[in-house]
Design a protein around this ligand. Structure first.
Ligand code: NAD
Ligand code: MG
Length: 394
């Protein structure tokens, strides 16, 4: 059997590592063709030794030289290249059967767009790219005929609850859907007194009660900006207006999201909180393969609880709904300011509660641009918002 050639962008991250874990369970079906990382070169080297891809991409020329030398010394023939264009070239290669887009933040936009334009199968973890360029991205998919499979657990769950048609190629429809419900664990501070939030540390913020994830998305989960970004992501992925997207707090993180239909039925997708489940789903779609995740034991879960989110505690949710309604450059500004603020918080330059304040102030300060014609417009608004947010932080 000819093995499917997989490119993993952001292979040293949390999603990247989980993707390689699933692939390693099915090496008769999948082969790692390309790996990319930014700065964790020794981790990437270990991955190259294990999977022997055709290409590996790193951030800088210096890192590429080190990796190339080390791999050569071990007799590994992986070609080593570096830089943003090299990642985009890997993403767009006709040799890929599927691309996992798992770079974090705005840095993932151009590679994901390159994969969308190339056609083929795109597994999208990088929600920021849809937040920033939803229309451009979905148009690119339509034009190229690419198939998009959502990796974000909520969107993957919704996808599984909808009639079985892959996204892309115009095969997707929402007949009879009245609402999608994104579940949210509430993060580590669900029950923390509001006045105590100012003093929480980066260590506390990244200690998610249910999921093990990268640092940026973990902080986003604590502020609930992650759910905010996911509202915008759901809008673009499923073509559903914001009034039909709801968030429900579900601390057990067993139901990954739900779809309710006009007849009163509601479908949910359940599983342990393990990203290998949506990754395996996307890899094998429409088949099913083992992911390595433990099966869900309902008796030991016992109770599933739900509550409506408190918009005063989670102001990021309101900001995201506002950004989606205003459209144009506003979601780009929201995303950029959030990235800058989360970074500053992780570096202990601002307090936890400053993150959403800075996003709010940046959204107020940057005048919105109504239509974003091309990727350069989007990147320009991203740059502008970052420098305004940096000023507020300083
Ligand atoms: P992570 O921080 O663990 O890993 C990020 C990866 O991106 C690393 O491989 C890193 O080398 C690469 N990277 C970072 N900056 C880069 C740059 N400037 N250029 C090139 N590569 C760069 O992140 P993660 O938690 O794996 O998340 C990845 C994406 O998946 C994010 O968009 C996140 O929102 C989304 N996601 C993650 C999870 C999860 O459970 N971790 C769940 C749903 C969605
Ligand atoms: Mg998610």
């Amino acid at each position: 059997m000819v093995r499917q050639q997989i490119a993993v962008l952001g292979s040293t991250g949390s999603i990247g590592v989980s993707t390689l874990d699933v692939i390693s369970r099915h090496e008769e079906t999948y082969r790692v063709r390309a790996l990319t990382a930014n700065s964790r070169v020794s981790e990437l080297q270990r991955q190259c030794e294990r999977f022997q891809p055709d290409v590996a991409v790193v951030g800088t020329a210096a890192a590429a030289a080190v990796l190339a030398r080390n791999l050569k010394a071990k007799g590994i023939k992986t070609e080593v290249v570096y830089g943003r264009q090299a990642i985009c070239d890997v993403a767009a290669s006709p040799q890929n059967d599927a691309v996992m887009c798992a770079i974090v933040g705005a840095a993932g936009l151009e590679p994901a767009l390159a994969a969308a334009r190339a056609g083929g199968k795109l597994m999208l973890a990088n929600k920021e790219s849809l937040v920033m360029s939803g229309r451009l991205f979905m148009d690119a998919l339509k034009e190229s005929g690419a198939t998009l499979l959502p990796i974000d657990s909520e969107h993957n769950a919704i996808f599984q609850c909808l009639p079985h048609t892959a996204l892309g190629r115009g095969r997707f429809h929402l007949k009879g859907v009245s609402k999608v419900l994104l579940t949210a664990s509430g993060g580590p501070f669900l029950n923390r007194a509001l006045e105590d939030l100012k003093g929480v540390t980066p260590e506390e913020a990244v200690a998610h009660p249910k999921w093990v994830m990268g640092r940026k998305i973990s902080v986003d989960s604590a502020t609930m900006m992650n759910k905010g970004l996911e509202i915008i992501e759901a809008h673009w992925l499923f073509g559903i207006p914001s009034e039909q997207i709801e968030v429900v707090i579900h601390p057990q993180s067993v139901i990954h999201s739900m779809v309710s239909f006009v007849d009163g039925a509601m479908l949910a997708q359940l599983g342990n909180p393990d990203m290998r489940i949506p990754i395996a789903h996307a890899l094998a779609y429409p088949d099913r393969i083992a992911s390595g995740a433990a099966p869900l034991d309902l008796a030991s879960v016992g109770t599933l609880a739900f509550e409506a989110p408190d918009f005063k505690r989670y102001r990021a949710l309101s900001l995201a709904y506002d950004a989606l309604k205003e459209g144009g450059s506003v979601p780009v500004v929201l995303n950029a300011a959030n990235e800058v603020a989360v970074h500053a918080f992780l570096e202990r330059r601002i307090a936890f509660t400053d993150i959403v304040d800075i996003v709010l102030r940046t959204m107020d300060a940057v005048s919105p641009v109504l239509t974003m014609g091309c990727i350069d417009d989007i990147l320009e608004e991203d740059r502008k918002a970052r420098s305004v947010a940096e000023r507020f932080i300083a």
